[in-house]
Write a protein that binds this ligand. Sequence first.
Ligand code: 2YG
Length: 278
Amino acid sequence: MTRLSSKDIYNISATLNDYNNELMRKTGCTLSQIASYASEFDNREKCYKFHSFKVGVIPITSGKGVIEGFSKTIADIISFLGFKTFITQNLDVSGLAEAFAKDANIVMLADDNRFVAINLYSRKVVDNAYATAKGYVAALNLMVGGLKKKDVLLIGAGRVGICAAHTLAKLGANVSVYDVNYNTSTKLVTNLKVKYTNTIKLIDDLDDSLTRYRIIFDASPGQGFIKEKHITNETFIAAPGVPLCLSPEVIPAISERLLHDPLQIGVATMIYDAVSSR
Ligand code: 2YG
């Protein structure tokens, strides 16, 4: 799993409005609408629960330590969505105790292995990988006007890719899976075939497949491997993977049909999933 750097996230807070407008342009929905759609958030719940929730974000020093700006960016995204939010002044265990003392209903915290939102009442734990997958599939579904019976090339069968593959299949998409580790992609394909009747394929030649698929979901840490020759004006890409899978010269041509951010969609979906009772 990629560890973000402060340079990946430095301008997220300042550009949340612009990003919201970009999502509206590409998907017809706002960040909030995408996240609530992805988490099957019941709008009835929204009216009375939504604004009463208080979210405590706790900086965690374990492993490689705190990422400068990470907690603030999380808090800014959550408050942009309308939640009461605070960052604990204390770190780690002291921060968790402070969040309880300040009556947080939900805590959000990340070490180098997991980034979670925990609903302290329902005890629901929402992982960023799971929420990122669901949020990006929801946004892609909106951007392409429905994924049912559409062929999707999924790159990366890690935690995000696995959840994305199942979510895509549930929406009726035909999912073709590539991973740099053949055993990993084979395992996911086997599991998908057991569960779904959609067309599920195992891909071993990525370069060839990139020229043949028009809908691509990149959940890999690969950088810049999608080139000009792979893209047409009907190509749509959902790319939660960091760094970006596109080589720089391709971006202008596809930018209006590309979904990519280091945190926003995943964090927004985490909080909606954490507050929804399902
Ligand atoms: O509290 C802090 O500042 C640090 N302990 C946060 C460490 C987060 C490490 N994880 C990552 O950077 C990513 N997995 C976060 C999610 C990326 C989503 N595309």
